[in-house]
Design a protein around this ligand. Structure first.
Ligand SMILES: [Zn+2]
Length: 427
């Protein structure tokens, strides 16, 4: 039995037995063509020290542990509800300050991106508000947001810096994320440096790229908190050449690579993702099909972020093309000042109820497939319910597992087990 687990969090000592599960979508063997193999009935789960110790038929487990809670065990009755793995959000801009709610009205009134910037809106306003915030106030914003995500079943989140855009403020953001990752009772974080999000006020992208390479990236590597880096590769922002220089330097420094590509136009970011075999190239709304296929062949994931077109009034990507061609994809929230959702079930609803994606495909995209691009800090497997994996799971409020993607306005999750600790959500 491994004496796990997330080294950043305290240990859960008492074993928990989750029994009376209706349907268990464990996703063990989820890549098999037959999804039935990823589902089981009449199962129970034994969890010890934050790790799944046993997944076995209920009768076997109940024989071993009895039905009553005894000193060493907590018996958790799932009441015939469906159980699925904890959700993994692979793309969030977690930490920023300010409030740009008025911009939606300005857009409705016909104001352009430039007009909004002149009125004091846009990313520059978020950067100014973030820089003016203390690390402590950003920490509390982070706690609040992570609790909100947990309420919708998220047990792990990728989190990017990128609203500081100067070396000291980017380092502060990464440091605050590291503090958040050490808090127990919150989703774990996978921390990404995204200094290359936009140019700071007063600098061109070209000048800022030079500063990133000569000053900010070395400082980030020295700090040693970020696991990955991300670049906003898009015509008008970081060009393919500038992105390439940044990826080369980051890779040399030992960072894993992620990208924002082709959000507004086909700018060649998808090809660059293939060249560098990045872990994930996200948005990709305008990436041509042959490039998406090359990405899959190269082992590059595409992260679809349906909250962004939802918030901006744009069309969703053609998901039937993605599913029919068996392209690797994940779904994530892209939480940011213009897309203020932290709910993966809402992303599931957008894909299942609005874009023709099968609920099982969508579920894999926020669990086992998401885990492949965002490892758990313990180094153990997650996004799947099997022996040896982190004990992150959701007990849904329904006996039907499909319900995870059918409640866009409120959480479909009844309870969440986070690293072995069962959290009963208020309903
Ligand atoms: Zn993003």
């Amino acid at each position: 039995m491994p004496l796990f687990f997330n080294p950043l969090h305290p240990l859960t000592i008492v074993a928990t037995v989750v029994h009376n599960i209706g349907v268990l979508v464990h996703l063990d063997g989820a890549d098999a063509s037959n999804d039935e193999e990823a589902i089981a009935e009449d199962m129970a789960i034994v969890v010890n020290r934050g790790v799944i110790e046993q997944v076995a038929p209920s009768s076997e487990v109940v024989d071993e542990y009895g039905m009553e809670a005894v000193e060493e065990h907590i018996m958790f009755d799932a009441g015939g509800r469906a159980v699925v793995p904890g959700f993994i959000d692979t793309h969030t801009h977690l930490l920023w300050a300010g409030d740009r709610s008025q911009e939606v009205r300005w857009r409705h009134e016909g104001k352009s991106y430039v007009d909004i910037a002149q009125l004091g809106g846009g990313i520059a306003s978020t950067v100014a508000a973030t820089r003016a915030s203390t690390p402590q106030s950003l920490f509390f914003r982070g706690v609040d947001r992570m609790k909100t995500a947990l309420r919708s079943g998220t047990t792990h989140m990728e989190a990017k810096s990128g609203y500081g855009l100067s070396t000291p403020s980017e380092l502060d953001l990464l440091n605050t994320m590291d503090r958040l990752n050490r808090e127990s009772g919150l989703p774990s974080l996978d921390i990404t440096w995204m200094g290359a999000h936009d140019a700071p006020p007063g600098a061109t992208i070209s000048e800022y790229t030079d500063a990133l390479l000569s000053d900010q990236l070395p400082a980030v590597l020295d700090q040693g908190i970020a696991r990955s880096m991300d670049v906003f590769c898009e015509p008008g922002w970081f060009s393919v050449e500038q992105t390439s220089d940044l990826l080369t330097a980051g890779k040399k420094g030992g960072l894993d690579l992620r990208l924002h590509v082709d959000e507004f136009t086909n700018g060649g970011g998808g090809d660059l993702a293939v060249e560098y075999r990045v872990q994930t190239a996200d948005h990709a709304y305008h990436t041509p099909l042959e490039t998406r296929m090359a990405m899959t062949e190269a082992g590059v994931n595409t992260g679809y972020l349906p909250g962004t077109p939802y918030a901006m009034g744009d069309a969703f990507p053609n998901m039937s093309e993605v599913v029919d061609n068996e392209l690797h994809f994940t779904l994530a929230t892209d939480f940011n000042p213009n897309c203020q959702t932290l709910s993966l079930p809402f992303m599931g609803s957008l894909m299942v109820q609005r874009a023709g994606v099968h609920p099982m495909e969508a579920l894999k995209a926020v669990t086992c497939r998401a885990a492949a691009t965002s490892p758990h800090p313990s180094g153990l497997e997650h996004g799947v319910i099997r022996e040896g994996a982190v004990a992150n799971l959701n007990v849904l409020a329904s006996p039907h597992w499909e319900s995870w993607s059918l409640q866009p306005s409120h959480s479909p999750v009844w309870s969440t087990m986070l690293e072995g600790e069962m959290i009963q959500h208020v309903r």
